[in-house]
Every structure is written in structure tokens, then in C-alpha cells.
Write a protein that binds this ligand. Structure first.
Ligand code: AP5
Length: 243
């Protein structure tokens, strides 16, 4: 086991507009620190694919580029966070996305059903998330989103411009045919970016006021962005008790 998998990482929140690289960087954090990625977008898309009651409510909202209601998403996140694999820490990718969700998360981490996850760090009152926002130029975001391809089997993310698959339109890992996300159409992208400006930018202000916001320039090669994020995570994490 590496030293990194023996650390209490705690909650990590990845903020940033659609296409900023949250999902891409989350997968790299998973690989290094062995904590789960909790992507509300992926969880919702899974519900849509399985035609669950939640998925049926979320489908039309997501296709328009709007946000699913706070209470539905919060309930889904609460259920996911209580699983054992989140004990050493977890990455929230795409959550919180409204100030209401951020306030809910603070309450959940402080008083919620989180007692089984308390480490020495938590007992000293610090279950506050590390909040990392990735900033990317607006026009580049559009290019990234229209060029994105995803593997439906393993979730690996590609880009026809910057990270193409080795064999055209097939996943390097499992050979599955890559897909374009339903909401990566030009008109929906526009709406998602507007929704981000209206409802999610204030979330960064909320965390900045609490001095928890760390801003990364996401407009650089992948490895450089990753390196800066890892450095920040290591600065905030603690060795597991008794090690
Ligand atoms: P969600 O799935 O969370 O989508 P999003 O926030 O719009 O973010 P994306 O997944 O589009 O982008 P990303 O930042 O992960 O970028 P990626 O790494 O893929 O949400 C979808 C919908 O679900 C929402 O619109 C909403 O309806 C609903 N929803 C989700 N959460 C919700 C919540 N909390 N409350 C209410 N509703 C919610 O990268 C993008 C592309 O760029 C890729 O092709 C990648 O290869 C490329 N790329 C990444 N980094 C770089 C780099 N450094 N250089 C060059 N290319 C790069």
C-alpha cells in the first residue's frame, strides 16, 4: 500500500464550469488516493438509464441544461456518502452546485450520519471539505464539450482534439464504442454554462468567504493541472491514525 492510500483525505469538492475537467481530474485523484469519485452527474445519468423514478424526474431537466432540484440531489448524495468506501475521504464532482446544496453539505458533514467516518482530524472539528475550482476560458469550454467522447462501459473520458482514443471512437481500455453525452449539444451547452454562472458561481463565493476555496488554472495541460491539485490535497490531508 502506498503512503497516499494511508492518508485520511477527507471530503474534496471539485468545482468548475461544464468541461473544466472535473471528471477527468477526479479519476486521477481516485487512482492516486484510492477514494471514490461521487459524480452527481454520473449518478443521475445512471438513474435516467435505469428509468428509476428519480431518473424520470431528472431526464427532461438535464436535457434542457437546468439543475435537478436540491432535495432530490441531496437525498441521492446522502445515501452515497454513507457507504463504507467513503470512510477515508471522497471526491464530490458536480456537487454542491447551489448555495443551498453547499449549506446542506456543511450541515451533513457536521451533524449528519457521518459519525462512523470520524477520524482524529474530524474529532478536532475539521470535516470541512477542500474545495478546488478549475477555471477555463469560456470558448475553450465549448470546444472541449463538443469534442468530448465517453466510454459507456468504464467511464473513461476522451477528447477528439486533446485526448483522442488510439483507435477511432473505441475505448483504449475495453474497446467499447465511445458515445457523445446527450447534453453535449451546442444549444444545451450554452444553457449549462448560463446555469453555472447563475447558480454555481455563488457556491465558490460561499467557500471563499469561509477561506476554503483553492483556485487552479484548468487551462493548462492535464498533468500540470493534476500536479497542482495533488499538492493541495496532500497539504490538507493527514496520515491515518496509528501509522
Ligand atoms: P455533470 O455530469 O456534473 O456535468 P458538468 O458539471 O456540466 O460537467 P461535465 O461533466 O460536462 O465536465 P467536467 O468538468 O467533468 O469535464 P471533463 O473532465 O469531462 O452534470 C450534468 C447535469 O446533471 C447537469 O447539467 C444537471 O442537470 C445535473 N446535475 C449534476 N449535478 C447536479 C447537482 N449537484 N444539482 C443539480 N443538478 C445536477 O472534461 C471535458 C472535456 O475536456 C473532456 O473531453 C476532456 O478530455 C477534456 N479535458 C479535460 N481537461 C483538459 C485539459 N486540461 N486540457 C484539454 N482538454 C481537457
Amino acid at each position: 500500500m502506498s503512503n497516499d492510500t494511508l492518508r485520511n483525505i477527507g471530503p474534496i469538492v471539485l468545482l468548475g464550469p461544464p468541461g473544466a475537467g472535473k471528471g477527468t481530474q477526479a479519476k486521477r485523484i481516485v487512482a492516486k488516493f484510492q477514494i471514490p469519485q461521487i459524480s452527481t452527474g454520473d449518478l443521475l445519468r445512471d438513474n435516467v438509464a435505469r428509468h428509476t423514478p428519480l431518473g424520470m424526474q431528472a431526464k427532461a431537466v438535464m436535457e434542457r441544461g437546468d439543475l435537478v432540484s436540491d432535495d432530490l440531489v441531496e437525498e441521492m448524495v446522502a445515501e452515497r456518502l454513507q457507504r463504507d468506501d467513503a470512510r477515508r475521504g471522497f471526491i464530490l464532482d458536480g456537487f454542491p452546485r447551489t448555495v443551498e446544496q453547499a449549506i446542506w453539505l456543511d450541515g451533513f458533514l457536521k451533524h449528519g450520519i457521518f459519525d462512523n467516518q470520524k477520524s482524529k482530524k474530524a474529532k478536532s472539528g475539521d470535516m470541512a471539505p477542500i474545495v478546488i475550482r478549475m477555471d477555463v476560458d469560456y470558448n475553450k469550454l465549448k470546444l472541449r464539450l463538443t469534442g468530448r467522447r465517453t466510454c459507456p462501459a468504464c467511464g473513461r473520458i476522451y477528447n477528439v482534439h486533446s485526448q483522442p482514443a488510439s483507435v477511432d471512437e473505441a475505448c483504449d481500455v475495453d474497446g467499447a464504442k465511445l458515445v457523445i453525452r446527450d447534453d453535449d449539444r451546442e444549444e444545451v451547452i450554452q444553457e449549462r454554462l448560463a446555469t453555472y454562472d447563475r447558480l454555481t458561481r455563488p457556491v465558490a463565493d460561499y467557500y471563499e468567504r469561509k477561506r476554503r476555496l483553492f483556485v487552479v488554472n484548468g487551462d493548462r495541460p492535464l498533468d500540470q493541472v493534476t500536479e497542482e491539485i495533488f499538492r493541495e490535497i496532500l497539504r490538507h490531508s493527514a496520515p491515518v491514525e496509528g501509522r
